[in-house]
Design a protein around this ligand. Structure first.
Ligand SMILES: Cc1cc2nc3c(=O)[nH]c(=O)nc-3n(C[C@H](O)[C@H](O)[C@H](O)COP(=O)(O)OP(=O)(O)OC[C@H]3O[C@@H](n4cnc5c(N)ncnc54)[C@H](O)[C@@H]3O)c2cc1C
Length: 422
């Protein structure tokens, strides 16, 4: 009999992390195949820094995946996943290296779904003509061009469309109105600094908006209050309860609720929606995110796991949670294969909002909080040290091909808290 076959769908933070950890814990007792439609990892969190420094993010934010696959003996398929049969244990994909390929099928014993979410800019009227963002290198480079060649010095609006979370995990995680609000806070602060350093004004030209009662509510009330009071003192404008973006026009942003914001530059983050092929599957919630418990295992199909943004319990949609979820998935699969004891493997994911965001002027904010999930940790810092760590984390990630040592994040947290004032 052959070895059990683990198929991992997606190879960005969650998928690559899960495949590497499964190899680490299950060693050569499994065959692992990873499928992604691209052969590089997109390092999303640092795109904004490159844009504001007038560097094309494509040159520095793509980490080649093939060397990482080779190092861990992971079979890699450059393919677009199109369908799943969780009863027959098949994945259908289209090889994408050359146009004209035919749809193929691959059988799995264990399936890890780590395909993230669709960032639905296509649902925002007017985005194509008047919207900007920093969630990939294409849009990042487009914004860079705008800032350095077309920007007239007018007002800037930054914020999110409403997130539509499923309803079936309410007993496990809170419900969020926005998928991920670290990025708008980061862009607001760093745009203010960018305006200052280019003699184009400063924070009072920037308005940040949120569909929710509080921006970045998942960071916890104490942190949000500290952040808003600091931002208000600096001169930023804040609009809440916008509910959703109705449309973007040349003159600004119109909302489902409340008055429009006038802006020359509109930097927005859309709804994070599940991929179409996940909708209406017996493993998915009412919108299409994959249902799991906090060990990232589907309650009905025990050989199906999900981690990262594709998982219903990953709220907010955050890289640290992708990393934690990947680890938990690997523990579970190693346990099933008899390579890890249940006591260690069954430790559930204990979510935390951990994030470092650029503020410009070589400074960053650091948030580490679990109060939104009922915990008592709430740490907020600002300064040069977190900025240095944000840059260093990316360097370490690329150098280790994604295998940042387990001490990497705790040490970064420790250094930030020790070296930066609260
Ligand atoms: C601007 C911005 C800044 C951010 N900053 C931070 C930050 O500072 N810290 C933080 O923790 N988080 C941050 N996040 C969130 C973080 O980027 C995501 O949570 C993280 O990328 C999720 O990882 P993932 O692997 O689950 O999904 P993704 O990164 O979305 O990766 C999904 C992978 O699946 C592949 N895929 C998708 N569909 C298919 C298919 N049908 N077939 C084959 N392959 C497929 C994709 O090609 C991709 O490689 C930020 C997000 C944005 C937009």
């Amino acid at each position: 009999m052959g070895k059990p076959h683990v198929v991992v769908l997606g190879s960005n933070f969650a998928g690559l992390g899960a495949a590497q950890k499964i190899r680490e814990f299950a060693r050569d007792s499994v065959d692992i195949t990873v499928i992604d439609r691209k052969s590089y990892l997109l390092f999303v969190p640092n795109i904004g820094i490159e844009v504001l420094e007038d560097r094309n993010p494509m040159y520095s934010m793509h980490m080649p995946l093939i060397p990482a696959m080779k190092e861990d003996h992971l079979d890699f398929i450059l393919g677009d996943v199109q369908n799943l049969d969780v009863d027959g244990q098949w994945v259908e994909y289209l090889p994408v290296e050359r146009l004209g390929a035919t749809v193929a099928k691959i059988h799995y014993d264990y399936l890890v779904i780590a395909v993230g979410a669709r960032l639905a800019y296509d649902k925002i009227e007017g985005f194509a003509e008047y919207g900007h963002t920093v969630s990939d290198t294409y849009y990042g480079n487009r914004l860079r061009h705008y800032l350095y060649h077309e920007y007239q010095g007018g007002p800037i609006a930054v914020g999110s469309a409403r997130f539509h979370q499923g309803t079936k995990t309410r007993d496990l995680v809170p419900t969020a109105e926005a998928a991920c609000e670290g990025p708008p806070v980061e862009v607001m602060l760093s745009m203010g600094a960018w305006l200052e350093s280019h003699n184009l004004g400063g924070p009072d030209k920037v308005t940040v908006f949120t569909p929710a009662e509080w921006i970045a509510e998942d960071a916890g009330q104490g942190i949000v209050h500290a952040l808003l009071s600091k931002a208000g003192t600096m001169g930023f404008h804040y609009v809440n309860n916008t509910h959703d973006i109705s449309r973007i026009t040349q003159d600004g942003i119109e909302f489902a609720h409340g008055p429009s914001i006038e802006a020359e530059l509109k930097i927005v983050f859309p709804d994070w929606v599940p991929h179409a092929f996940l909708k209406d599957l017996p493993i998915s919630d009412d919108v299409g995110f994959v249902l799991t418990d906090m060990t990232m295992r589907n309650p009905k199909y025990h050989n199906v796991f999900a981690c990262g943004d594709a998982a219903a319990v990953t709220v907010p949609k955050l890289g640290i949670l992708a990393h934690m979820g990947a680890d938990v998935v690997a523990h579970q699969i190693a346990k099933d294969l008899g390579m890890m004891n249940a006591r260690k493997a069954d430790e559930p994911m204990r979510p935390i909002v951990d994030c470092i965001g650029d503020m410009g002027h070589n400074q960053a904010f650091y948030i580490s909080s679990n109060t939104w999930y009922g915990g008592d940790r709430e740490v907020f810092r600002m300064g040069h040290v977190p900025f240095l760590l944000k840059l260093q984390y990316k360097e370490m990630f690329f150098r280790t091909k994604g295998k940042v040592p387990d001490w990497g994040i705790p040490v970064a947290d420790f250094l930030t808290e020790m070296l930066t004032k609260g």
